[in-house]
Design a protein around this ligand. Structure first.
Ligand code: CTP
Length: 401
């Protein structure tokens, strides 16, 4: 899920030839999971049809202050439209529209909605090169910038006049990239790197058998997705699982504890937050048979040795990083959790108890208690792992503020 997912976006279209690009813009916004409503100036309808836009947006397209519905005039409430939006994107924004915005010249529904809305406003100018460069237009753009409106750059290239220069509306993909980057900058983990270990590890006995555990990786993947939603750059080191992660997550697949250890240490110095949610196998066979052990050969015992403790090593190397471990205890839960915070030099530990039905391995829900290094204990109700991940990050953000 990207930063535009679930966002209510109001698209304002004014009368420039670049309006022909707006159906693609609507498509892309919808494909990112946004809900789109459109307000169009009456003359922009010469460039793009409301039918195309309403079909692609799945919403009515507004252009007049009122319209006739079953013989009765109905008011298109620009105030409600402005309040509905999480963000208002005006694309293309012509010189005339930009000037009207600056001077509060409320001569159409688009400007009335702009003047009533209190959300973030993005402006994608589109005009011929000399109009764009004209001092009056540049002054207007600066004024919009000064009052906190986000004026996007223009593209350079072939213009409708046949001239070549600066003034093209950005392509829909570029508009979306600019808005996404700007929205991310407001997120609490923007510019931060988060490392998450997830899933089980498999410790081979021979080429077909291994020592492993029931971990599904769901908790770790939920944490990685939540970190992404909060604006972080996410490095996920995952043991074997069938789960999929968002393409924006830097996912690294490993099999064994040793491989996970190597990768975690490689990345640790560059991260701000590390969360060890993997159910790393504690033991591995001392010897790995290179060929499959045949049944007839029999096997009396497997000699085991400890795997490397990734979390403990991260605790030793810790400098500025905020380090969170997980603990799964069956008895003396809190006392053991306190001990683990100290022995592994953690900032916090997430305690999940196998004693709670609906919590633990494989299932979609979990019931955790967050304990910080000052031994402040915050218990949470049983809930989906996605919501548990939100709880954990709200604690990390509160402690790490
Ligand atoms: N962990 C790790 N590397 C290991 C073993 C565990 O990074 N080789 C991490 C887990 O990801 C988890 C935490 O250590 O965050 C808790 O491990 P756990 O197995 O509960 O505790 P241990 O320290 O191994 O001690 P014990 O099994 O005795 O409870």
């Amino acid at each position: 899920m990207g930063v535009l997912s679930g966002k209510k976006i109001l698209l304002g279209i004014s009368a420039g030839i670049a309006a022909y690009k707006t159906p693609i813009l609507v498509r892309l916004l919808k494909s990112k999971g946004a809900e789109v409503k459109i307000v169009i100036t009456p003359s922009a309808k010469d460039f793009v049809t409301p039918l195309t836009l309403s079909t692609l947006s799945n919403n009515p397209v507004y252009s007049n202050f009122s319209e006739q519905l079953q013989d009765n005039p109905v008011w298109n409430d620009h105030v409600a439209l402005g309040k509905w939006a999480d963000l208002f994107l005006i694309a293309p924004a012509t010189t005339n529209t930009i000037s009207a915005m600056v001077h509060a010249k409320c001569n159409n529904l688009l400007i009335a909605t702009y003047l009533s809305c209190t959300c973030k406003v993005y402006i994608a100018p589109a005009m011929d090169l000399d109009m764009y460069a004209h001092p009056a237009n540049q002054k207007n753009l600066r004024e919009l910038n000064c009052i906190g409106k986000k004026v996007l750059p223009v593209g350079e290239g072939f213009l409708a006049s046949g001239l070549h220069g600066k003034g093209r509306m950005l392509d829909p993909e570029e508009i979306i990239r600019h808005i996404s980057e700007d929205l991310k900058a407001d997120l609490p983990l923007y510019g931060k790197k988060v490392l998450v270990t997830a899933g089980p590890t498999y410790e081979p006995i021979d080429p077909v058998r291994f020592i492993g555990n029931y971990s599904s990786g769901k908790m770790g993947f939920a944490l990685a997705e939540e970190a992404l939603q909060l604006g972080a750059n996410v490095i996920l080191i995952s043991g074997p699982t069938t789960l999929e992660a968002s393409p924006d997550i830097n996912r690294n697949n490993v099999m064994t504890a040793e491989q996970m250890y190597k990768l975690a240490l490689e990345h640790f110095s560059e991260v701000d937050i590390a969360i060890a949610s993997a159910a790393v196998a504690d033991f591995k066979p001392r010897e790995i048979d290179l060929k499959k052990i045949k049944k007839e050969e029999g096997i009396q015992s497997i000699e085991l040795e400890n795997t490397l403790d990734i979390l403990a090593q991260l605790g030793k190397l810790k400098q500025k990083q905020f380090l969170v471990g997980f603990a799964l205890e069956t008895e003396n839960e809190k006392t053991n959790a306190f001990k683990k915070i100290k022995s592994k030099n953690l900032d916090a530990i997430v305690l999940n108890s196998l004693n709670d039905p609906g919590a633990g391995f494989s299932v979609d829900s979990n019931k955790v208690t967050y304990i910080d290094k000052n031994e402040t204990i915050t218990p949470f109700e049983l809930k989906s792992k996605i919501l548990v991940a939100k709880d954990i990050f709200s604690q990390i953000l509160a402690q790490n503020a």
